[in-house]
Design a protein around this ligand. Sequence first.
Ligand code: IFM
Length: 442
Amino acid sequence: MKFPDGFLWGSATSSYQIEGAVATDGRLPSIWDTFSHTPGRVLNGDTGDIANRHYELFRDDVAMMADLGLQAYRFSIAWPRVFPQGVGPLNEKGLAFYDSLVDALLEKNIEPMITLYHWDLPQALQETGGWQSRDTVHAFADYAALIAETLGDRVKHIATHNEPWCVGFLGHWMGEHAPGERGNLKAALQVIHHVLLSHGLAVQAMRAIRPEADLGIVLNHTWSHAASDSEADIQAAHRHDGFFNRWFLDPLFRGEYPADMLALYGDDAPVVQAGDLDNISTPIDFLGVNYYTRSVVADSLKPPLLLNHLRGEGPRTAMDWEVYAPGLCNILTRIHQDYHPKALYVTENGAAYDDVLDATTGGVHDPDRIEYLRQHLEAAKCAIDNGAPLKGYFVWSLMDNFEWAWGFDKRFGIVYVDYASQKRVLKDSALWFRELIVHNGW
Ligand code: IFM
């Protein structure tokens, strides 16, 4: 099975999950520092204080990427390193880190893809309302402009946000992510609106500085599957699709929120000012799709979505997420057909398993992950065959890291990290991925 010529093979990480060095060179806390240091929020009390020490070890990590034959690397910038207070003054030392990282990547012919926001909001901005405040929207656009100015001469691909769904719903409704608010659907929807608006304004600001840049956003998608053929369950799946997929795709690509969801959310729907939706739907060059699993749902009386989640019958990863690769082909094909993005990337796909270092061989044998990746790449190819303009694939993750509320308990890497020694060990899946890149398929 071969991918099209020029297909981009990469891996992905994010700042708080790997960098450590949280108080180095002028960085101030983000909401994830505060959250992870709050007892009971993260499994085992883990924090990102040290994580993978990538801030110090980045040159070794880039050498490892080169050894793996990676053509691209998606990473995020920690906003509180660059603007420790969220807005000026600029922290030159924090910016210098990313400047060096970009140069190190380019030296090895690895194409950088930046994500501006992968959840580490400067705590100072949280104090003034966080994403519930429109001031944060404008602060983000200014931060984006700075990055376009300073790194945009060398970095072509810039995504504004990673997974606004998580920022809104996990952070303000389910309480599982920073800032940890629970039960506030109205706040979650307002936050999502502001995050989307900040995306649109950031794209405009960056485009004005770098007209040639490749600008986009990364969404997490699922395939909403009806539990049965009944009309009620099919409608439940449509609502779930509205909650997870359409609520983001419709404003970004059509300049409107889906009417059925607005009706369902009622008074919890966000306050939208004149011109917001025009700004949100500012044209972009690519959409990044993160895909891990599907959702099987049935009709129910449970508000607000009037649905229940059921367990699909497929095998499960260490996250207890069902492995369901056809969902990736389905969602990519559907996004292409319904929303016509100019280009698509799979910006995250991968699986956590309970990997162990084999004392005899010194390796990490992860056949389940290889099988997961193989099936999902077949699904990605299926979408290409269906006409989707899929340009690249980034495995999540380059290496084991801080998996948010799960701390270091879940290992998503194709590279194993022994946190005590900070030794990196290529798992079998990394060796497999290296071969795949060489052959542009198998
Ligand atoms: O680790 C996360 C990542 O930060 C965002 N997408 C999902 C991954 C696995 O949960």
